[in-house]
Design a binder for this molecule. Structure first.
Ligand code: URA
Length: 217
C-alpha cells in the first residue's frame, strides 16, 4: 500500500489493514466461463491449473441435482472421493448422509461439491494457489445452480466463502450473507470433525434445523 494511502487511513483511525490479494471473482468467471453445465464439467475435468492435477486419480466435480435449492460445499476430495470421482463417499460422507436424512433430505435432491476439485496429497489443507485455481469453477457452479441456501462444511470452506479468519465455532450459528459469493450461507462443522468430536453434533443439529427452516419458507 502506498505511504500516502497509509497516511490517509491512519488519519481516519485505521491502523491495521490487509491488502486484498484475492483475484476478482467476476474476472475469474469470465476466465472459465462455459455456456452450460456439461461444458463447465468438461473444463474442470481437463484442468491443469495447479500441481494437484499430477497426483489426482480423477477430478471430483460434484454430484447431485444441478437445480437444487440446497448446495453443500466441503473442503476437498479425500482418498475415497479421488478413487470414486464423487464427493463425500468415505466415512464423512456416510455421516453426512445420516445428517441429511435427519432433516428429510436425500442426496439426489441436493448438490454437493468442494472448494477444491482435486485431492491434496495426504489430505493436507488446500494451498492458496490451489484455492485460487479452483475459485472460478465454484463460482460458476454456484451461479448455474443458483441455490436458495448454501451449507458450508468445516473451517476451510466456511472461511473462504465468508472471507473470515475466525474459527468455525465462532463463524457458525445462523444464516450469514456472503459478500464473496452474494448468497446466504449456513456454516457448520465438517462431518470429519464430528466423527472425532461427537459432542459437537448437538450444535450441528441446530445448524441443520436452520437449513430445513429456510428450505421450507
Ligand atoms: N471431505 C470433504 O471436505 N469433501 C469430501 O468430498 C470428502 C471429505
Amino acid at each position: 500500500m502506498s505511504d500516502l494511502r497509509s497516511q490517509y487511513l491512519s488519519m481516519i483511525g485505521i491502523t491495521k489493514w490487509k491488502l486484498n490479494t484475492k483475484p476478482n471473482p467476476k474476472e475469474l468467471i469470465k476466465e472459465d466461463k462455459s455456456n452450460d453445465w456439461e461444458g463447465l464439467n468438461e473444463i474442470v475435468r481437463k484442468c491443469a491449473k495447479c500441481s494437484l492435477h499430477k497426483s489426482r486419480t480423477q477430478v471430483v466435480f460434484g454430484s447431485g441435482n444441478k437445480n437444487a435449492e440446497l448446495l453443500i460445499i466441503g473442503e476437498a476430495p479425500g482418498s475415497e472421493e479421488d478413487k470414486q470421482g464423487k464427493p463425500f463417499v468415505g466415512r464423512s460422507g456416510k455421516l453426512l448422509d445420516s445428517m441429511l436424512k435427519s432433516i428429510n433430505i436425500i442426496r439426489d435432491e441436493i448438490f454437493i461439491t468442494n472448494i477444491l476439485k482435486c485431492r491434496p496429497p495426504d489430505n493436507r489443507d488446500p494451498k492458496e494457489k490451489e484455492i485460487n485455481s479452483c475459485r472460478s469453477f465454484l463460482i460458476n457452479q454456484i451461479e448455474m445452480i443458483n441455490p436458495k441456501i448454501i451449507l458450508s462444511l468445516g473451517r476451510v470452506a466456511s472461511q473462504i466463502l465468508l472471507d473470515s479468519e475466525d474459527a468455525i465455532g465462532k463463524i457458525r450459528g445462523g444464516e450469514i450473507f456472503s459478500d464473496v459469493i452474494k448468497k446466504p450461507i449456513v456454516a457448520s462443522y465438517h462431518p470429519a470433525y464430528l466423527l472425532r468430536n461427537p459432542t459437537a453434533k448437538e450444535k450441528s443439529w441446530q445448524d441443520l434445523k436452520i437449513i430445513k427452516k429456510i428450505l421450507n419458507t
